[in-house]
Design a protein around this ligand. Structure first.
Ligand code: NAD
Length: 497
């Protein structure tokens, strides 16, 4: 059986208990992953601490040159990376290639770190006094990542953290851990010195050791809201800078004037792509008005029924399996409860079986109509291929529905009405908004981040916000001897002094 080990200081480390890793399409175990705890985290942090001084002392352009090399390697090996992702996650090959491309954007942006780290200079802030401000690295920083983007989410964090001069400890999801080791290998091939990036596998014990470690200065977390909140509270309590991105319930408002075919197509990709296991998936369609709702459901139902579900090895497939059996069963139970609570099951994905893949974690696309707040299918993040339709009486009701939801990661509006779109974009209390764009994940040179219970901490992830998160500001005020002696001055210094 393949063993997925920690990588510390460029060396494979095999201590710890193990947990099985599965191929979600076949349900068969594909590997054992080591589960580290306090001792492994301690080793990784020691190595990262020792590597820090040399790495931070390099000219920013030298650090950025690793990102340039990484970009070329990722482009050349994109298919192989996508296969690694799909084998443990289950998403289709095309979808996994999209994940690689989005990760590339962040790598490309990190290549411009020398420009982003330039700082500010003010000459003559007082007589013979100049001031400059520079951003310095924090030291050893850590990333804790979820299963649903095993390649992209670690790369939301690592490129900019390293380009800013930090060293890194990554704790990926134990459900699909191979991508993390592949990321390490790609960086090594790109010229990253040993110890600058370290991978520690594990679950709660490893996370807790990271949260409490005195030499880790900052933590980036992406995962579910309860764990994000826990990581934020415990990490901050131990004096760290923490950004913790959590779960979501993303609504797409469809106004009566929208092109409903375009809206239905958009909902298919945004609701069922990656089996709905995306924090920016649209899980709630909000048609405005009964007529819009009836027409939209009529257009969606045949599309959901026709969706091709299967393993990532089949190029025709549009949607893969869920990550594991407990998650698949949880999603199916939520559909059961939704039905009991009064939702209409228009298309039912429960009980889907695929010939030759009988033990895979399948669930077909499911369309629920007449869903309302208070039903568990609405109140909980499902994270599966289930699209709920919540009918809104008017535009104001749609906005109120979104505002009453505790999550605020992404949202979208489909309309041809410029006034309505502009009003929605400025008024809605959600971090990322799409206008006729169903999954408004910002490009790599903007930053990603939700509001409310979708994100804890002050900074968005990747993009310009990452430069601020992974550095601290130092401001230097300097005067060189001018030969004029003014004597001791005990009043608070001002511009004139
Ligand atoms: P998760 O919260 O279960 O796990 C995330 C990380 O936390 C993993 O590394 C895991 O090992 C660790 N972890 C799990 N339980 C823990 C515990 N009790 N104590 C300490 N650490 C623990 O999330 P997941 O199931 O891997 O990923 C899906 C979730 O992530 C969804 O809620 C999704 O919305 C969210 N997500 C959010 C974003 C975003 O940008 N906001 C992006 C991707 C995924």
């Amino acid at each position: 059986m393949k063993q997925i080990s920690h990588i510390i200081g460029g060396e494979v480390v095999t201590d710890g208990t193990t947990a099985p890793v599965f191929n979600p399409a076949t349900g068969r175990q594909s590997a054992d992953v080591l589960l580290g705890g306090e001792e492994i985290v301690e080793r990784a942090v020691d190595v990262a601490t020792n590597a820090h001084a040399d790495w931070a002392a390099l000219p920013p352009a030298k650090r950025a040159s690793v990102m340039y090399a990484l970009r070329e390697i990722m482009r050349a090996r994109a298919d192989e990376i996508a296969e690694t992702i799909s084998a443990e996650h289950g998403k289709t090959h095309d979808d996994a290639l999209g994940e690689v491309t989005r990760a590339l954007e962040v790598v490309e942006f990190a290549s411009s770190a020398p420009q982003l780290l330039k700082g500010d200079f003010s000459r003559e802030v007082a007589g013979g006094v100049d001031t400059y401000a520079e951003r310095q690295p924090l030291g050893v920083v850590a990333g804790i990542t979820p299963f649903n983007f095993p390649f992209m989410v670690p790369l939301w964090m690592i490129p900019m953290a390293l380009a800013c001069g930090n060293t890194f400890v990554l704790k990926p999801s134990e459900k699909d851990p191979s991508s993390a080791n592949l990321i390490h290998d790609l960086f090594t091939e790109a010229g990253l010195p040993p110890g600058v990036l370290n991978v520690v596998h594990g679950a709660k014990d490893a996370v807790d050791a990271i949260l409490d470690h005195k030499d880790i200065t900052a933590i980036s977390f992406v995962g579910s809201t309860p764990i994000a909140e826990y990581v934020y509270a415990r990490g901050c309590a131990s004096g760290k800078r923490v950004q913790a991105l959590g779960g979501a319930k993303n609504h797409m408002v469809v106004l009566p004037d929208a092109d409903l075919d375009q809206a239905a197509d958009a909902l298919m990709g945004a609701g069922f792509g990656s089996a709905g296991e995306r924090c920016m998936a649209i899980s709630v369609a909000v048609p405005v008005g009964e007529e819009t709702a009836d027409r939209l459901v009529e257009k969606l139902a045949p599309r959901v029924r026709a969706m091709k579900v299967g393993p990532a090895t089949d190029n025709e497939v549009e949607m893969g399996p869920l990550i594991n059996a407990p998650h698949r069963d949880r999603v199916a139970r939520l559909i059961d409860r939704g039905e009991k609570e009064g939702a209409k099951v228009v298309v039912d994905g429960r009980g889907l079986a695929l010939q030759g893949y009988e033990d895979g974690y399948w669930l077909g696309g499911t369309l629920l109509d007449h869903v309302r707040p208070g039903m568990s299918v609405y109140d909980e993040e499902i994270f599966g291929p289930v699209l709920s339709v919540v009918r809104a009486g008017d535009y104001g009701d749609a906005v109120e529905l979104i505002h009453n939801n505790p999550y605020a990661n992404g949202t979208a509006i489909f309309t041809r009405d410029g006034d309505a779109a502009r009003n929605f974009a400025s008024r809605i209390k959600v971090g990322m908004v799409g206008v006729n764009v169903p999954i408004p994940v910002p490009v790599g040179y903007h930053s990603f981040g939700g509001w409310k219970r979708s994100s804890f901490g002050a900074h968005g992830i990747y993009g310009p916000e990452a430069v601020h998160f992974y550095t601290r500001l130092k401001t230097v005020t300097m005067r060189w001897p001018t030969g004029i002696r003014t004597g001791a001055d005990f009043k608070f210094p001002t511009m004139g002094s």
